[in-house]
Ligand binder design. Sequence first.
Ligand code: HEM
Length: 122
Amino acid sequence: MADSLFERLGGTEGITVIAKDIVQRHLDNPDIGTRFSEGSGVDLKQLGRFVVEFLTAGSGGPGDYTGRDMASAHAHMNINEREFISVMNDISKALKAYGVSDETHDELIGISYSLKDEVMFK
Ligand code: HEM
């Protein structure tokens, strides 16, 4: 049987590296950095943990996701199209930097994109 998405993302070790990279790219991204930076009230350590859990549970790995659902987590932010694309680009770059296959990259990008309506304009 083919490896699960969790395994193809490098398991817990790979997902931890990818999640850290995604959060760092968000901080460095001029389109969305202020959403996460000092003064935003976002707890970056906790965000990093939730992103690891989210990717793990969403890819068939062990353990539960203990963060908020996507609509609640992004409530009152009024996230626009440009910001959503910026987040997708950061996820894409982090996956490529980690060196996943094109197929694995496209699968995770597809899953992320499918969450668009839950995240935007809440
Ligand atoms: C596929 C798209 C996205 C996914 C999978 C995603 C995933 C997550 C997860 C798992 C959390 C943690 C949940 C929690 O705190 O309980 C979170 C929080 C957050 N996300 Fe997203 N997100 C997405 C898109 C976006 C976009 C487009 C933005 C806008 C820049 C954004 C900004 C934030 C912020 C600022 C937080 C922290 C909220 C807080 O601590 O109050 N996210 N996201």
